[in-house]
Design a protein around this ligand. Structure first.
Ligand SMILES: *[C@@H]1O[C@H](CO)[C@@H](O)[C@H](O)[C@H]1NC(C)=O
Ligand SMILES: *[C@@H]1O[C@H](CO)[C@@H](O)[C@H](O)[C@H]1NC(C)=O
Ligand SMILES: *[C@@H]1O[C@H](CO)[C@@H](O)[C@H](O)[C@H]1NC(C)=O
Length: 300
């Protein structure tokens, strides 16, 4: 056996190390969309999050969006602790702008419902032809109008906002609607209700008398299981810095790790092991050639 200079051995080891470096691919399921954190049941794209939610909420160009049959709506925030989703409707009116709208609806089979805090003020409704102004018989025999909001503070306050006041509409054309009245279809079809626009308020911000400071938007409650118990698999996956996803015909759970590796459990193992040993086929080939060369060179 010939003696080799230690420097060329070092060089050889260095070269083989370069080809040994992990091929780091990126995580398919992102944990943020823009500046919003994404967690179960939501996902950044197909195969991510919970399959029942994927078709409704996606990350498009760093913007989280809810899509229903009535349109696409930017998601303001997700309150993961209270399972609530706050969205904007670009066609909605607020204290600072009025515009016509066709309304808002949820898909009947979507895992969302309206949050009870929502107040919908239907604006510029036809008092003569809107079904809102038809009387409804109570079980005790008295007749009440479906929309009896002439005295509702929300209507008079909204009608004091300058863009709405310039429309010069009588207060009787405003109707406050609560989600319970929307029925199981979760549909607020303004054309059917004969109203021209609407404002949705999800919080009065502690200033009930100041419509300029209210939070406008639609608040939705989401449900991924009967008690909204976090799936154990997913909890462990997220704690190991992974993102929950699904794969295959049966939507089997996958944990998508930061280095792009998918596991059926968590990312603790892949983080320490796969990260340094995951080799592409060409890397393994090069690595074997180098080592064969190295052994030949040492022993002959
Ligand atoms: C891992 O899972 C995600 C989500 O299902 C998928 O988009 C991605 O292609 C998978 N990656 C690999 C390497 O299988
Ligand atoms: C409501 O009650 C009134 C009088 O009792 C009756 O004339 C009317 O037809 C009822 N309307 C409906 C929708 O049942
Ligand atoms: C009938 O019921 C409605 C709603 O439950 C109530 O507002 C109204 O005061 C009742 N009228 C009478 C006469 O009891």
């Amino acid at each position: 056996m010939k003696l080799k200079s230690s420097s060329s051995i070092t060089l050889l080891l260095f070269i083989s190390l370069i080809f040994f470096l992990p091929s780091v691919s990126s995580q398919a399921c992102k944990k943020t969309c823009g500046n919003q954190p994404i967690q179960y049941p939501f996902g950044s794209g197909p195969g991510c999050g919970d399959p029942r939610f994927q078709k409704y909420v996606t990350c498009n160009q760093e913007k989280l969006t809810l899509t229903t049959h009535t349109g696409s709506y930017p998601v303001d925030t997700i309150d993961y602790n209270n399972q609530a989703l706050y969205i904007q409707d670009p066609s909605m009116s607020t204290c600072s702008a009025t515009q016509p709208s066709k309304g808002f609806g949820l898909d009947w089979n979507a895992p969302f419902t309206f949050l009870d805090d929502n107040v919908f003020a239907l604006l510029d409704c036809s008092t003569s032809s809107s079904p809102l102004y038809k009387s409804k018989n109570h079980s005790n025999g008295t007749n009440v109008l479906l929309c009896e909001n002439e005295g509702a503070p929300v209507c008079s306050l909204l009608y004091s906002c300058s863009p709405i006041s310039t429309l010069n509409l009588p207060i009787s054309t405003c109707c406050v609607y609560t989600p319970v009245d929307l029925g199981p279809a979760f549909e607020m079809d303004l054309q059917k209700l004969q109203c021209n626009s609407y404002a949705a308020i999800y919080s009065f911000n502690g200033q009930e008398s100041n419509p300029a400071s209210w939070e406008y938007g639609v608040a939705l409650k989401y449900k991924f299981s009967v008690k909204n118990d976090y799936p154990i698999d997913c909890n462990v996956c997220e704690r190991s810095n992974g993102a929950c996803g699904y794969t295959g015909a049966y939507n089997a759970f996958v944990c998508n790790c930061v280095n792009g590796v998918n596991t059926t459990t968590d990312c603790y193992f892949t983080a320490s092991w796969n990260n340094s040993l995951k080799l592409l086929p060409w890397q393994i080939g090069t690595w074997l050639i180098y080592w064969a060369w190295f052994l030949v060179w040492i022993f002959f």
